[in-house]
Design a protein around this ligand. Structure first.
Ligand code: GLA
Length: 683
């Protein structure tokens, strides 16, 4: 049963940690929450030590008062189980529950998430407090959702202790049907004398002298994701018993630097998908990262709306240098998440901490208090979100899908690959960027997803693919869809075994090419590209571009060459190919074209596929995103260029942030600002 979040309009708030403050401050908190339009906060995330001062002894008085106070002020609570931060007493009693790193070093408590995911003592203690909490607050009128744990795997995705080793063996026995020969085959253990004769010989991939076995390492990553998922499901089940009608979420981390969990496996276990997203200070175009993350999260949610559970009003505190946001950036960031399908916007955290590890992290209410730019922006955003209440429930509209797969990501980045320069996220983002700039809506899909809704499917990087996924993608192209595949895809099966007979293995026939040798390029090295790629649009205007990162000796086997290398050992060899299939086509990009060339190429491919941007005539610098409601479309126009524009809109449209009726058929997007246009569409 999937349960809905019962908060009117769009949710707005943040992590609220009143236990860090004297109670006198709480009254000001709720008053200011009212001023900002906050209607939901996440509470209790790190309160375990205060709730359970010693094993089995509880003190809920403070949390009772917090929830009552919130309720009295009309603020809903997303009530967290505090299991991300077990207390010191727990680790003194159960020192084996502390995690061990790959070098065999047992870590200490004193921060957070310092537990081994496979520890029976941790599991018991976590489920016990989840049950007590669930039973106590199931009917509390403030509580609208369970927030299970916090960012599973943020700090402890991998534990290499003996307990984890046992759990890993259990997981492997299940995966290989208790058949050790099947495991030996899958892992290729005839290599380097790694054959196992007894399950107990198998260890986590602890630090070792030479390159580890790739399939061992890949199964370990699958296991680590599943092990934390098992904890999440167990907590969720306990809470569902206590409060069958309340929805549950856990905050995902779909952002650039986190890849520990296979969220395709997690999302179906939750009623509401929520995500945390932070900007990378060194990324000059963070807005693209927000969009991509939002598109992935919406896709994880099956296209349904989701919640942005955390982001920052300004600087974070965990990067080498923590950049503050520029004028209007808080608003653009938040509304960009709404544009990508978020039905709620929340921050880490409500009030900036005075003490503790995150005292230099921004918040909705900064250290400076209400006489501050951030506070004024926070209040303005509350007004904006109220004005956008009707957007709630509206969905995305993509005709293009990008294949996204954690198995492929993990496998690509295993050690001892042809090139360490080939990084999953960089490749996906390289392909996503030109689509973003062109205002093309994108969903993300698993390799085995139902593709019938799409005209165009892109697989920028799919090193590993199983037979079912490969058949699904090639079938899409053979039935008349347009498929584009990036280099080094289809190379191995689900066990990391090379698909023999030439690269790109699983996609060779459909792409109509065959490669006999890979020629990865050195950092900074590039090769010239000639041919039809980006005619008149190439970097130097002459239709020529360059490729970097990768090249390979492709031979045509049915496909036509669209571009070829102009220098180096592969001069004259095809670099980009196209194989027609009825009304569709299958494209292969055997290198990473420079950004202009890649943009031109993807434009040609999507035009061929008949994919249009979500709005016509939108100038560079303005991000256009559409959400589709029951009887209107919501067109989000976000100006990142700082110039603004007047754009045509459908008759009888309304700009929701100002409430202006657009009788002249144009909307003004202010410089650095946002416009959200309700366009009534006949369905
Ligand atoms: C994560 C955590 C929060 C906080 C923020 C800081 O998202 O969930 O508790 O530590 O990072 O950016």
């Amino acid at each position: 049963m999937s349960r809905e979040l019962n908060v009117p309009g769009l949710a707005y708030g943040g992590d609220y940690n009143p236990e860090q403050w004297p109670e006198e401050v709480w009254a000001e908190d709720v008053r200011l929450m009212g001023e900002a339009g906050v209607n939901m906060v996440s509470v209790n995330i790190f309160s375990w030590a205060l709730l359970e001062p010693s094993e089995g002894v509880y003190d809920f008085a403070r949390l009772d008062r917090v929830l009552d106070l919130l309720h009295a002020h009309g603020i809903a609570a997303d009530l967290a189980t505090p299991t991300a931060a077990p207390p010191a007493w727990f680790f003194r009693a159960y020192p084996d529950a502390l995690p061990v790193d790959s070098g065999g070093r047992r870590l200490s408590y004193g921060s957070r998430q310092t537990f081994c995911p496979s520890s029976p003592a941790y599991r018991e203690a976590a489920l016990r407090i989840a049950r007590v909490l669930g039973e106590r607050y199931a009917d509390h009128p403030a509580v609208v959702m369970w927030h299970v744990h916090n960012e599973y795997g943020c700090h402890n995705a991998e534990c290499y202790c003996d307990t984890s080793a046992q759990a890993f063996r259990r997981w492997l026995r299940e995966r290989y049907g208790d058949d050790l020969a099947a495991l030996n085959h899958a892992w290729g253990t005839a290599f380097w004398s790694q054959w196992y004769y007894d399950w107990d010989e198998i260890l986590p991939p602890r630090a070792t002298g030479a390159v580890p076995n790739p399939t061992h390492r890949l199964d370990w990553r699958r296991f680590c994701s599943d092990e934390l998922l098992a904890l999440c499901k167990a907590e969720r089940a306990v809470l569902a018993e206590a409060a069958p009608a309340l929805p549950a979420t856990t905050n995902f981390m779909v952002m650039y630097n986190f890849d520990a969990l296979d969220y395709w496996r997690w999302a179906p276990e939750l009623d509401v998908v929520s995500n945390d997203h932070y900007l990378r200070s060194t990324d000059p175009e963070s807005e693209i990262d927000i969009a991509m993350s939002g598109d992935v999260v919406r896709s994880l949610a099956g296209g349904r709306p989701w919640l942005l559970m955390e982001h920052s009003t300004g600087a974070v505190n965990w990067q080498p240098v923590n950049r503050a946001k520029g004028p209007g950036e808080l608003r653009r960031n938040a509304l960009a998440h709404v544009a990508r399908g978020a039905d709620g916007i929340a921050y880490f955290q409500w009030r900036a901490a005075k003490a503790g590890a995150e005292q230099w992290h921004s918040a909705m209410l900064p250290h400076a208090g209400t006489d501050s730019v951030i506070w004024r922006d926070v209040v303005q955003l509350g007004t904006d979100l109220r004005a956008l209440a009707e957007v709630r429930g509206a969905v995305g509209t993509a005709e293009t899908a990008i294949v996204w797969d954690w198995d492929a990501r993990w496998a690509l980045e295993l050690p001892s690959q042809p090139s360490e320069e080939v990084r999953y996220l960089d490749l996906v983002r390289s392909w996503y960027e030109p689509l973003w700039r062109a205002g093309v809506a994108v969903d993300f899909v698993r390799p085995d997803a139902d593709l019938s809704a799409y005209r165009l499917v892109l697989a920028p990087s799919l090193y590993l693919v199983d037979d079912a996924g490969a058949a699904n993608l090639t079938g899409f192209a053979q039935r008349g869809g347009t498929l584009a595949v990036g280099f080094h895809s289809g190379a191995v099966d689900e066990n990391c075994h090379v698909r023999l007979g030439g690269y790109p293995g699983a996609f060779r026939e459909t792409l109509g090419v065959r490669t006999d040798e890979l020629f990865p390029l050195l950092p900074g090295e590039s090769v010239g590209l000639s041919g039809g790629v980006g005619e008149d649009r190439g970097r130097d205007g002459g239709g020529s571009g360059t490729g970097s990162v990768w090249s390979e000796r492709v031979r045509l086997a049915g496909a036509e060459a669209v571009a070829s290398y102009t220098n180096g050992p592969l001069t004259g060899v095809p670099a980009v190919t196209r194989q027609g299939h009825g009304t569709g086509a299958a494209w292969y990009l055997a290198t990473l074209p420079d950004p202009d060339t890649l943009a031109a190429l993807l434009e040609r491919i999507r035009e061929e596929a008949g994919v249009r941007p979500v709005a016509e005539g939108v100038p560079e610098g303005i991000e256009a995103v559409r959400r589709r409601g029951a009887d209107a479309d919501y067109l989000f126009l976000i100006d990142h260029g700082g110039v603004g524009a007047d754009l045509p809109v459908a008759a009888d449209s309304v700009e929701l942030l100002t409430g202006e009726r657009l009788t002249a058929g144009t909307v003004t997007v202010p410089p650095g600002g946002v416009a959200v246009v309700r366009e009534v569409v006949a369905r």
